[in-house]
Design a protein around this ligand. Structure first.
Ligand code: MG
Length: 159
């Protein structure tokens, strides 16, 4: 069996009057993430982790932000497409672990839904996805509420 891991990271700026989408969940909050797509930093980190594990570049290579097709795109579509590409290279998805870096809002009540959304996008079981979060203790841009970031690792394998 060929087992490989991949690492993903993403950060987006928070601005007023934008919807806050994380892991496909619309989180009630006065600010939201700015991006060419819907700004879902969690899904972007997971997408990059998957592509990295399969050794096939990154989200920017596969879904360029210069491409108008990806303007305001639902990031679950990008994640699903990344899973399809990874499977096309002969890999199965083992598991995903992800961490959101945010001081506000509190996100723990949404973790199970984020896991379920990510799993559905990738075509895997919810038990294969783990989502958690950490505050930055008021430090830096995330601590000041100017951004939210996410980290993810993915394990893929050839059956
Ligand atoms: Mg992004």
């Amino acid at each position: 069996m060929n087992i490989r891991v991949g690492l993903g990271f993403d950060i987006h700026r928070l601005e007023l009057e934008r919807p806050l989408l994380l892991g496909g969940v619309r989180v009630p909050y006065p600010k939201g993430l700015v991006g060419h797509s819907d700004g879902d930093a969690l899904f972007h980190a997971v997408t990059d982790a998957l592509l990295g594990a399969a050794g096939i570049g990154n989200i920017g290579d596969q879904f360029p932000d210069t491409d108008p097709r990806y303007k305001d795109v639902d990031s679950s579509i990008l994640l699903g497409e990344a899973a399809r590409i990874v499977r096309g290279h002969g890999f199965e998805i083992g598991n995903i672990d992800a961490n959101i870096r945010a001081d506000e809002p509190r996100l723990s009540v949404y973790f199970r839904q984020m896991e379920s959304n990510a799993a559905a996008a990738m075509g895997v079981d919810s038990a294969q996805v783990n989502v958690k979060a950490k505050t930055m203790e008021g430090l830096g841009s995330i601590g000041r509420g100017e951004a939210i970031a996410a980290d993810a690792v993915a394990l893929v394998y050839t059956p």
